[in-house]
Ligand binder design. Structure first.
Ligand code: LMR
Ligand code: MN
Length: 428
């Protein structure tokens, strides 16, 4: 422990070591001992560190946020002591950031990142980690500034390159530059660069630039590196054993009854959808940067297994029909919504986030000239009929017709998931 022990702590090191020996087996007792030492030595970094660690262990054992907050407070107190060794500062700051991220308190981690960078300006990891925290906060602007500085000093760092490229793609929509950084970054094979997000957005940028052969090579390399299930199925939140195929039929499903019932009632659903369309402002524009051109709007009824009460009241009959289908309304990895696409629209090829849902489309208003491609097969909708596909596979939409296309989208759990999985899978 010599390098985490400052001159004053050196005088009480035996007492500190003895208290620390209880951390594993009896954290509550360790806490009592460290509290006593803190009382006598309020400026002792190691005594406070011991207190923080005891609270940290207790937080994990009791799964208690109160203890975790206590631990974080104590870690921060350690960091505020000026007479602290470099080695201890590192240990404490890294753990404190780790716990703050776990807690979702990203903003509070920022000053700690910054003090690590000031103390250890040559350690690139501390700068990359600051960028990661900013990215997790969706603060692309600050993340980009940090990464830019890193690349000035370390132009060949793969991790900084892929993250910088990711921001250029997602935030600046600068596809060409994004490709450059993502490609070069992934090629370094540095730790952290073999990540589905970077592969996905590199492939996506290439597709949009019309470089589809290069995109295909990226997707195949992604499969080889196990970030994608297959070259077409590029969702990133997956349960590996599930059957994956682009198109499904009602008969493939345990709930054919439900689909048949909705098909029988399709005109009721259509009429509600159309009257919603006739009220301005109810449908919201797609915001995920998926369109090349055109107009694509949605009216949400369920999202991630939660009913949108207000919207449901605006289409009560549709909602009532849907409510008889637990695998749809309980699908925390999906949505239920009306979706309207206007003539002249092209939606870029894209993949949904997870292979744990299937997506069903009930055709409500289907003019000619509208198409959907899933993997390598193009189909169209039919009024009053369901199309069922797995939207974790690459799909693309065209509206080359002359009037509005309206469908009802119902996502449902993949039929091979267990009850337990449906209960416990995280929302995405
Ligand atoms: C999609 O799910 O990406 C599209 O199929 C939605 C739509 O309205 O066609
Ligand atoms: Mn889609």
């Amino acid at each position: 422990f010599s390098n985490i022990t400052n001159t004053n702590d050196w005088k009480i090191r035996e007492e500190l070591d003895r208290a620390g020996q209880n951390l594993r087996n009896d954290a509550a007792y360790a806490l009592t001992l460290f509290n006593k030492i803190v009382e006598q030595n309020p400026a002792s970094p190691r005594a406070l560190y011991g207190k923080a660690q005891s609270l940290d262990v207790l937080a994990e054992q009791k799964r208690s946020n109160k203890f975790l907050e206590g631990a974080i407070d104590a870690y921060e107190q350690v960091l505020n002591i000026s007479d602290i060794t470099h080695a201890l500062f590192k240990q404490v700051a890294e753990r404190c950031i780790n716990r703050l991220r776990f807690r979702g308190s990203y903003k509070r981690a920022i000053p700690i990142h910054k003090s690590l960078i000031i103390k250890f300006p040559d350690d690139i990891n501390y700068q990359n980690e600051l960028a990661v925290t900013y990215l997790t906060m969706n603060n692309f602007y600050e993340a980009k500034k940090v990464l830019y500085e890193i690349l000035l000093k370390w132009p060949n760092d793969g991790f900084a390159m892929v993250n910088y490229g990711f921001i250029l793609k997602r935030y600046d929509l600068d596809l060409k530059q994004a490709v450059k950084y993502l490609k070069k970054g992934i090629a370094t094979r540095h730790p952290g660069v073999i990540d589905g997000r970077f592969y996905y957005h590199l492939g996506d940028a290439l597709i949009r630039l019309g470089r589809s052969e290069e995109a295909m090579a990226v997707h195949i390399d992604g499969v080889k590196n196990k970030v994608f299930l297959s070259k077409y199925q590029r969702s990133l939140h997956n349960v590996d054993r599930l059957t994956g195929k682009p198109w499904w039929t009602k008969e493939d499903m345990p709930n054919a009854k439900f689909f048949n019932k909705l098909e029988q009632q399709w005109m009721t659903i259509r009429d509600e959808g159309i009257s919603l369309l006739n009220t301005d402002g109810l449908f919201k524009s797609e915001t995920e940067d998926l369109r090349e051109v055109g107009d694509w709007k949605q009216f949400e009824i369920y999202a991630r297994g939660v009913k949108n009460e207000k919207n449901c009241r605006r289409c009560p009959k549709t909602c009532q029909l849907i409510e008889t289908f637990p695998d749809a309304i309980g699908c925390r990895r999906g949505q239920i919504k009306f979706s309207v696409v206007q003539p002249g629209t092209h939606v870029w090829p894209h993949c949904g986030p997870t292979n744990c849902r299937l997506r069903s489309h009930l055709g409500l208003k289907v003019p000619s000239g509208v198409f959907i491609r899933v993997a390598n097969e193009i189909r169209s909708w039919k009024e009053g009929k369901f199309l069922i596909f797995d939207d974790s596979f690459e799909h693309e939409i065209w509206h080359n017709g002359t009037s509005t296309r309206l469908i009802l989208i119902i996502d449902l759990w993949h039929p091979e998931l267990t009850k337990q999985e449906k209960r416990t899978l995280s929302n995405v």
